[in-house]
Design a protein around this ligand. Structure first.
Ligand code: HEC
Length: 481
């Protein structure tokens, strides 16, 4: 009696799970999973080993004419159902289902259905019938195929959140524009949906020829004409528009990535073009050079150690030294205008000269000796030396600062003569220059010669007030005392 009711219970469990699975599959697009259930889905890759082993054992027993213990069979079938359900949960988590996942899901579900059918046949004592034997062979075949597709899903592109190795690879010296730059952007942002397994819009983006072939709408890539290339047009569509690429919710391209794709298409969408084939005035060259800039954190990691005590000793009410990040040895130094200016404040920074990456001496009455000192800060990337009395003679010394990326030199006494120094700063990206002795002509010529340099040549009143207010904070405090 107890035996019977247990068997009945097992029947009910199997029936219940089957109905649940069928429900999930039929109402797939209506099912929204609570977080916990989605989490259960993560167990799919672990659970799936049980039905594989159990099915192999039971089918082996069945085919060799042995009696299959009903309990063993029940556990095998239940494990198939649970695995299929957990797989369904997991599948819900993937935003896009590719062909591989489609096949895996339906093979797995079919396998579950056949396993239930088999259980029913065995329970009806039809185990020795020829169609039961055939069914068992089919079951094994399905286990193999389901596993095969499952493996491809997991090892496929965007299913497991493994870090994208290609992106971590360093861009080589003189890169091939397509292979090392454009291709990587597409791999990162587009190929997960546009590959041979998952051709959204019938479009494959794994190679230039595939893109030239295009998708449903065509004109994916029009050589020399980015504006009429569908792949570029769609990047520019408003995010909420259906046709925007990558679809909303996916990681988007940033401005310079889009420009890189555009210039690459404009220049002929070639796969042999290299960085050194570009003239220095070609915007693509500047965009790529930017991309190849080493990560500042990595650079800064090489700087010598600075102790907190050293920083404290050098700091004063009018001189703030802060680390660029956490316990980084890269320092940012702000010098404010004390009531009685002492050149030694700046000279004393000699102790940490190689560590200073940012320096603000804006508004100070500095002279030649301080500027000469600053010129030895080899790793300086950001220098605000505006509103100081320096002229061409002092400025000349700063040509040693080859790491300089940003320079504020407005409201000083420099003239056209100093432009040569600016031009020699290879890494300079931003220049703030107005109200100096530099002529419009010299300025214009410099801008033409340095296309990658961003020049701020004027400033509106509001911003000026902000600057003035910021630079005079300690002074104001002083006055309040
Ligand atoms: C999350 C998946 C997904 C990603 C990522 C994605 N796309 Fe798409 N793409 C689609 C879908 C779905 C369609 C088909 C529907 C449509 O035409 O809007 C499509 C269609 C297209 C088409 C039109 C093809 C044709 O001829 O009909 C182009 C062009 C395109 N995508 C470009 C891109 C580019 C470029 C990227 C990367 C920057 C990208 N896609 C990333 C899903 C994606």
């Amino acid at each position: 009696m107890a035996q019977k009711s247990r068997v009945r219970l097992i029947d009910q469990i199997i029936f219940g799970l089957s109905v649940f699975l069928a429900f999930c599959l039929v109402f797939d697009s209506f099912v929204e999973l609570p977080v916990l259930v989605a989490w259960l889905g993560r167990w799919h890759p672990v659970i799936l080993h049980f039905p594989i082993v159990l099915l192999l054992i039971t089918v082996f027993l069945g085919l060799t004419g042995k009696q299959i213990p009903v309990n063993l069979l029940a556990i095998a079938v239940i494990s198939v159902l649970v695995t299929a359900i957990s797989g369904f949960f997991l599948g819900k988590e993937a935003n896009v289902k590719g062909d591989l996942m489609f096949w895996h899901q339906w093979l797995g579900s079919g396998l579950a259905a056949l396993a239930v059918l088999w259980y029913w046949l065995v329970r009806k004592d039809l185990q020795q019938k020829i169609f039961t034997k055939v069914l068992q062979v089919v079951l094994i075949g399905m286990v193999l195929f389901t596993g095969h597709y499952g493996g491809m899903v997991t090892h496929g592109e965007d299913f497991l959140a493994l870090p994208n190795k290609k992106r971590l690879e360093k861009i080589p010296e003189n890169p091939l524009i397509y292979q090392d730059i454009v291709g990587r952007i597409l791999d990162d942002r587009c190929v997960s949906c546009h590959n041979p397994n998952k051709k959204k819009g019938e479009l494959v983006m794994t190679g230039i020829n595939e893109m030239l072939k295009g998708g449903e709408a065509g004109n994916t890539l029009v050589v020399g004409d980015p504006e009429n290339s569908e792949m570029i047009k769609r990047l520019h569509l408003p995010l909420e528009e259906e046709e925007h690429m990558p679809p909303e919710g996916k990681k988007q391209l940033d401005g310079s990535e889009i420009q890189i794709l555009e210039r690459w298409i404009a220049l002929g969408a070639s796969d042999t073009l290299r960085l050194n084939h570009l003239t220095s005035s070609e915007p693509l060259a500047a965009l790529i050079n930017d991309l190849m800039q080493p990560d500042p954190m990595e650079q800064w990691a090489k700087l010598p150690q600075v102790a907190d005590s050293t920083i404290q000793r050098l700091s004063s009410d009018y001189l703030t030294i802060s680390r660029m990040a956490g316990n980084s040895n890269a320092l940012s130094v702000d010098v404010f205008s004390p009531p009685e200016y002492d050149a030694n404040d700046i000279i004393s920074l000699k102790r940490v000269a190689t560590n200073i990456v940012e320096l603000d001496v804006s508004g100070l009455p500095i002279g030649k000796s301080e500027v000469d000192e600053i010129a030895t800060f080899q790793n300086l990337e950001w220098l605000e030396i505006d509103k100081t009395p320096i002229g061409d003679v002092e400025f000349e010394a700063l040509k040693t600062l080859q790491q300089l990326k940003l320079l504020k030199i407005f409201e000083t006494n420099i003239t056209d003569q100093s432009i040569a120094v600016v031009k020699s700063l290879q890494n300079l990206k931003s220049l703030y220059l107005w109200e100096t002795g530099v002529s419009e002509d010299a300025m214009g010529e410099m801008i033409k010669e340095m296309p990658s340099l961003q020049v701020e040549a004027g400033i509106d009143e509001e911003v000026r007030t902000f600057f003035v207010a910021n630079d005079s904070i300690p002074k104001a405090e002083e006055e309040n005392k």
